[in-house]
Write a protein that binds this ligand. Structure first.
Ligand code: PHE
Ligand code: ZN
Length: 854
């Protein structure tokens, strides 16, 4: 690797403090001028004689002055050094003027243009592409911004100071790191509202969009207001400016960004109408709006000392948005969905060459560490902490965190210290969760002694912490294992109890039970581990029917499905009766939440099954997995038979559209049934449903059901005719064709889609719609001819020259390569090596390929 790594152990405070920054922007697409005035003084935390090093990349430097005197300073490719000898004693003012070209910025970091509007993305290190600055999160300053440009709407962080034709000024009273800076300018329209905070502050709320999108903002606004209320009620946190602005932009590398008072969103993550967005997308928008809003306290008021501490803000903010969605939409279903996502992305990462600790200790390119591990496992760790210290302890710890660290750039050590100080609990061993990578495996063994102490049941738990890159040996972790016991009638004889596993192996005894109980282990998924609890299919079916913990009830069906599928792949066995009967009974049980029943009908993914097989010592065969999973779906369809139509009819939603959990759950169950029905009726029901659909959820479900049986052509054409002018809707049209292409046709489908005039690789949403879907088509991606591997590598290389961040993120499609057979391994290794050897490869993609090659 040509680029050098940065290490946590090398952290030192910056030798200067920035009290105040004044920025002036003179906007021009090809030549924007940025004038910066930095008010600096020496940092007492870093005594001595220190040069002043400013970060800066791709800037044309026009002038530098200190205290009004010109300084001769020659920038290098990554910044500008001003010798200590040139710096006065005491506070001083440094002024620079630079020129940048937002219109030519395809990387979408720094200041760039998207559909004629100017916008910024500064996290993590984008501000250095705007001006020379100490671009690190522990340098916090007050920002005052003047924007000059011939555009009607000119926005920045904080409160408006003044505006006139062609200019606007903004003042942000809260000191912040540069990564939270934002600027937006364009022909925008606001969807406006307002809220009064609980202390009586009036806050103007705006969602800014391009003309034509005004009618797509209502849901985002509703979500924002709910988030603001929730954070007041649950965490006691109030908003702290007079305005809160959200802007929707079409070209954005990630989901959204929490810039102080001016959140910038990928339009896909905020714009919605029933006709254009699915229920899942509505729910996602609600959670992302909340996530970004919650960052105002967890991220902005308290930020990170350095980028190794990224999970300090991201893990906590994900945890908070998950709590919020659970409160609004139901905790059982939300937990199942979160665990599905955790296993699909984070377990996959943690068990491969890209595994890294939630708090990494080195990186080459920080953009590569916005990962499922930092975000989702980071949130799981907080969930465990909360379980261990209880509701009250958690609340006290969080209050102390906000009290003690408001206005600071903090660390994971600070975070753990507030829990220790607020609850008295020693977290030394627990802290390993932050510093050690890998998914622990927990083995469960049961023992039953009917004659001992009125019937004694013993659970023996053993933990294994497998090696990960750079971390061969690991100590035992603190693992909270939630357990319940059921008697043979299905009644609970022991309610949910937390067993704290702290050693490699420990036994827990339960006495006086009379009859042998059935153990429900790891309820609510109380720790992010792989559970190895060998029980019979009958016991799993029993738990599927009776478990009082909804997560584990679902999990019983899922484990059973995975075991059955693995059998089918390895031995060619038939679909097992206990699973079919159990799932069919659950799906038709009217006493249960439809959303939960829909989840029970969902089969494990092919990727999940490949991982399961690999962990059990098999070499997964993607074609065989694909075939077995289809057989399983067919068998489930046959088992439910005529009930499918009845169930769908019973789930009909009447009245005006609502995206709330209730109606969305009914649609989810109805559409799960439609997919199965389509296996039986040649597409008759799906064609009718497609024609009759009045919302995107139903329309897309019918379309996918048809594509899945090879009968999608007509519906695809109709869909395209209706939506060809709508970028966000057409992304779905691109995606479903790739995800659901027959494996042997995947490469050809992609070639045909990328040849279209409306395939624009500079739009990350469109690129992801196609190439994110390539690896989501497991059997197609891993087709033995290697065509999809080659195609993806070709396009990643092409994208890398224009947008390295997105290219590098998407290269994780290859991270599982060591699971597969020698032939596929050789094909993927060749593609990774080819990418790694490409001259001029970005720092982002070269770090990823090097790590994957190991
Ligand atoms: N900080 C953003 C979030 O989690 C994510 C993000 C990272 C966006 C980097 C853009 C660039 O909400
Ligand atoms: Zn975040």
């Amino acid at each position: 690797m040509a680029d050098t790594a940065v290490y946590l152990k090398d952290y030192q405070p910056f030798p200067y403090c920035v009290d105040q920054v004044e920025l002036t922007f003179r906007l021009q697409p090809e030549a924007t001028r940025v004038m910066a005035r930095l008010h600096l003084h020496a940092n007492p935390a870093r005594p001595g004689v220190n040069d002043l090093r400013l970060d800066g990349e791709e800037l044309r430097l026009l002038s530098v002055t200190i205290g009004g005197r010109a300084i001769a300073a020659t920038p290098d490719a990554r910044g500008l050094t001003i010798a200590a000898a040139d710096l006065p004693e005491g506070p001083f003012v440094l002024e620079t003027e630079v020129e940048i070209a937002p219109a030519r910025n395809t990387a979408l970091e720094g200041l760039y243009m998207s559909n004629g509007m100017y916008c910024t993305q500064c996290e993590a290190e984008g501000f250095r592409k705007i001006t020379y600055y100490p671009d690190r999160p522990d340098v916090m300053a007050r920002f005052r911004v003047r924007i000059e440009g011939d555009l009607p709407v000119l926005l920045s962080n904080g409160n408006p100071l003044g505006a006139g034709p062609g200019w606007a000024e903004w003042d942000d009273p809260w000191p912040k790191p540069a990564y939270l800076f934002a600027l937006v300018a364009g022909h925008l329209i606001a969807h406006s509202d307002q809220i009064t905070t609980r202390s009586g502050r009036q806050v103007a709320l705006n969602i800014w969009v391009r003309p034509g999108d005004e009618d797509r903002c209502a849901w985002g606004m509703e979500s924002l207001k709910r988030s603001m209320r929730w954070d007041e009620e649950v965490y006691g946190r109030e908003y702290d400016l007079d305005v809160f602005n959200i802007v929707a932009v079409d070209d954005f590398n990630m989901g959204a960004m929490e810039n102080k008072g001016l959140n910038i969103f990928n339009s896909k993550c905020v714009l919605a109408t029933p006709e254009t967005m699915t229920d899942d997308e509505f729910a996602r928008i609600e959670s992302i709006v909340a996530h970004e809003y919650f960052h105002n306290w967890t991220g902005n008021r308290i930020t990170c000392r350095d980028w190794f501490q990224l999970c300090l803000k991201e893990g906590l903010t994900v945890f908070r948005d998950q709590q919020f969605s659970g409160d609004l939409r139901g905790h059982a279903v939300k937990r199942i969905e979160d665990v599905l996502a955790l296993r699909a992305r984070q377990f996959r990462e943690d068990q491969g060459p890209l595994a890294h600790p939630v708090r990494p200790d080195s990186f080459v390119e920080i953009n590569n560490f916005y990962t499922a591990t930092v975000y989702e496992k980071g949130a799981e760790i907080i969930g465990m902490l909360k379980r261990l210290v209880g509701e009250d302890g958690y609340r006290r710890a969080l209050d102390l965190y906000f009290d003690r660290h408001d206005g600071q750039a903090a660390t994971i050590e600070d975070w753990l210290a507030v829990f220790q100080d607020a609850t008295g609990r020693d977290l030394t061993q627990f802290s390993r969760w932050y510093f050690e990578a890998g998914t622990p495996r927990v083995q469960v063994a049961e023992d039953w002694q009917p004659d001992l102490a009125g019937g004694t049941f013993t659970l023996t738990l053993r933990q294994d912490n497998p090696p990960t890159p750079g971390q061969p040996d690991k100590g035992a972790k603190v693992i909270p294992v939630a357990v319940g016991l059921l008697n043979p009638n299905g009644d609970e004889v022991l309610g949910t109890t937390i067993l704290e596993l702290t050693e490699a192996e420990q036994s827990f005894r339960f006495e006086g039970l009379g009859a042998r109980p059935v153990a429900s282990v790891l309820r609510g998924f109380s720790a992010p581990v792989v559970l190895d609890h060998p029980v019979s299919p009958e016991t799993r079916a029993f738990l599927l029917a009776h478990d009082t913990d909804p997560f584990n009830r679902w999990e019983a069906g899922r484990s059973l499905a995975k075991e059955v599928l693995a059998e089918m792949v390895v031995t060619g066995a038939a679909v097992s009766r206990p699973w079919l009967d159990g799932v069919a009974r659950l799906a038709t049980d009217d006493t249960l939440d439809p959303a939960f029943r829909a989840l029970a009908l969902r089969l494990p993914s092919e990727d999940d099954l490949a991982a399961t097989l690999a962990a059990a010592g098999h070499v997964p065969d993607p074609a065989a997995i694909h075939a077995a999973r289809r057989r399983m779906g067919d068998a489930l369809a046959a088992a439910l038979g005529a009930e499918l139509a009845a169930l769908r009819a019973a789930m009909t939603v009447s009245g005006p559209f609502s995206a709330e959990a209730g109606p969305a759950g009914r649609r989810a169950l109805a559409n799960a049934c439609l997919a199965l029905q389509t296996r039986l009726d040649g597409g008759e029901a799906a064609r009718a449903a497609f024609a009759a659909a009045t919302n995107m959820t139903d329309r897309l479900a019918a379309l996918v059901a048809l594509i899945d049986i090879g009968a999608g052509a007509e519906a695809l054409a109709a869909f395209e005719a209706e939506w060809k002018a709508d970028r966000l809707v057409m992304d779905k049209w691109f995606m479903v064709q790739v995800v659901h292409a027959p494996p042997a046709e995947l490469a050809a489908t992609v070639e045909q889609l990328t040849a279209r005039a409306d395939f624009n690789m500079d739009n990350p949403n469109r690129f992801r719609a196609v190439f994110g879907a390539v690896s989501a088509n497991h059997a197609g991606f891993h087709h033995a001819d290697g065509a999809a591997y080659r195609l993806l590598a070709d396009w990643l290389l092409r994208l890398d020259g224009r947008n390295p961040q997105t290219a590098a993120r998407m290269s994780t499609a290859f991270e599982t390569w060591r699971r597969y057979d020698a032939g596929r391994q050789a094909l993927i290794r060749a593609e990774l090596s080819r990418m790694a050897a490409t001259p001029g490869l970005s720092r982002d993609l070269s770090e990823m390929t090097a790590r994957m090659l190991g």
